[in-house]
Ligand binder design. Structure first.
Ligand code: SF4
Length: 473
């Protein structure tokens, strides 16, 4: 049986990372503000959503499977008073989809308590599980919470417990953590996942992406640095660097696909970077065709850039059903082959008789792309030329993207010509890695590109599966 709810029919790309959020102010409705922050981070995880809130003395957690708007109602939010909160939207990367694995994770520690929200994936989970002893953890996030809890004593408060414990973790971990009075934000030393700091009046906000600040009307203060831990209390923000210094390795897929187009990363608006990817792709792999058609929505900016440089008119030939989220209902058997139609449909009146350049941001497993190409042909395209605004995805991700093992990756062992045959397209080109990096506006050594290059910036547990903990507990 699948470990996921029914795969998103357009999910021919890595599963999203999770979204994390935190806010601390005075006399604010922190849960409501967190709700809107999570609403903006919904694209980073659609399996579950949760908020933990403190009224200064007690922490209350509310979480459930489903989208943010399904999990929370006015009544629920009214029952979550307090001026300090963290929140999470989840896409499972370790452990299966279940209520128990949704976040924030909560632990009582003597008279105290802590809650934690995690984006990423640890790579030393097995070692850590052994060190921490038997516990009911099915996720690396629970292991981290347990490790912090074990370090807290009457004399060691949360911030010290966190900074003492963090060097034990390896891999990707962007965290928001809270006790009854303190909010903490952490980025692992490589900074695989983003995290930013903002200010809303007198309140401090931390969020995976800047778009979550925008929706609240919060001002962007700065990115939290790789290896940085910010501690926020009523008296303000202090910062610590509890790790050995390491090189920045931001996930390049944040630029390709994960982050919202309106977010700003490394000083660049994601949308503009994606348009540049499309321009570069048109220079690198020109083609004779009639229309440029994006795969909505993440293929849109690259298709705009491609059209601009190639002069091949940009046309919306595929329509996306905007109101379909991730579904937990199994499709009827008759729908399976055409699962992609739940989300996208091709318009024969627009595509018919034309030579189409289809532009998408990435191909991971290939099954959806194959369906898409077939659909465009059925709609009457005379030729289909596929252009992908990132390099072939050949290696699995161990840093929080759910790609399955290598055998599931279309490009793992095939040449580009073989992939073109497999997908049944007249021509296929992927953006080269240097073109992708150039489009981000940052230096190559800023990024993790392991799934494209096979060069992992840390040791990775190739033999471990995401169910490691479930097997061992
Ligand atoms: S392996 Fe790929 S998806 Fe994973 S963090 Fe690195 S660049 Fe991102």
């Amino acid at each position: 049986m699948s470990d996921h709810p029914v795969d998103d029919p357009t999910l021919d790309r890595p599963g999203e990372a999770c979204g994390v959020f935190g806010i601390l102010g005075q006399d604010i409705d922190a849960a409501r503000l967190t709700y809107f922050g999570l609403f903006t981070l919904q694209h980073r995880g659609q399996e579950s959503a949760g908020i933990s809130v403190s009224d200064g003395e007690n922490i209350t957690v509310y979480k459930d499977l489903g989208l943010v708007a399904q999990v929370f109602s006015e009544t629920v939010l009214a029952g979550l008073p307090g001026s300090l909160a963290i929140g999470h939207t989840r896409y499972s990367t370790t452990g299966s989809t279940s209520w128990e694995n949704s976040q924030p994770v909560f632990r009582h520690v003597g008279e105290n308590a802590l809650a934690l929200a995690h984006n990423g994936n640890l790579t030393n989970t097995a070692q850590l599980a052994k060190e921490l002893g038997p516990l009911a953890a099915t996720t690396d996030s629970e292991l981290m919470t347990e490790a912090f809890a074990q370090a807290m004593t009457d004399d060691i408060a949360l911030p010290d417990a966190v900074s003492m414990t963090l060097p034990r973790f390896q891999g990707a971990f962007t965290l928001t953590i809270m006790d009854a009075t303190t909010l903490i934000g952490v980025r692992d030393p490589h900074g695989f996942r983003p995290l930013c700091l903002g200010k809303l009046g007198e309140s401090w906000v931390i969020a995976s992406e800047t778009a979550a600040l925008d929706i609240l009307g919060a001002e962007f203060v700065r990115q939290i640095q790789p290896g940085e831990m910010v501690v926020i209390t009523k008296t303000g923000v202090t910062t610590r660097f509890p790790f050995e210094p390491a090189e920045s390795r931001l996930c390049v897929f944040e630029f390709v696909y994960f982050a919202r187009p309106d977010s700003i990363l490394l000083g660049e608006t994601i949308h503009k970077a994606r348009q540049r990817m499309g321009r570069r792709l048109a220079e690198q792999a020109p083609v004779d065709a009639d229309i440029t058609v994006p795969v909505p929505e993440s293929g849109i900016p690259a298709a705009q850039g491609f059209s601009e440089v190639s002069g091949i008119p940009y046309v919306d030939g595929l329509v996306k059903n905007r109101y379909v989220g991730r579904t937990f209902i199994q499709p009827a058997q008759s729908m399976r082959e055409h699962g992609v139609r739940m989300k996208l449909n091709a318009m024969p009146g627009v595509i018919g008789g034309r030579r189409v350049v289809l532009v998408d941001d990435s191909i991971v497993r290939g099954s959806t792309t194959k369906q898409l190409v077939a659909m465009v042909r059925e709609a009457g395209a005379s030729e289909v030329h596929l252009r992908i605004s990132s390099p072939p995805y050949r290696w699995p991700c161990f840093y929080g993207m759910d790609t399955g093992d290598r055998s599931t990756l279309l490009a793992a062992d095939l040449s580009i010509d073989e992939i073109a045959v497999e997908l049944d397209v007249e021509s296929l080109a992927y953006l080269e890695l240097d073109g992708l990096i150039e489009a981000t506006g940052a230096d190559a050594d800023t990024f993790c590109t392991a799934c494209l290059s096979g060069e992992y910036p840390t040791e990775v547990p190739i033999a471990d599966s995401k169910f490691l903990l479930e097997r061992s507990t």
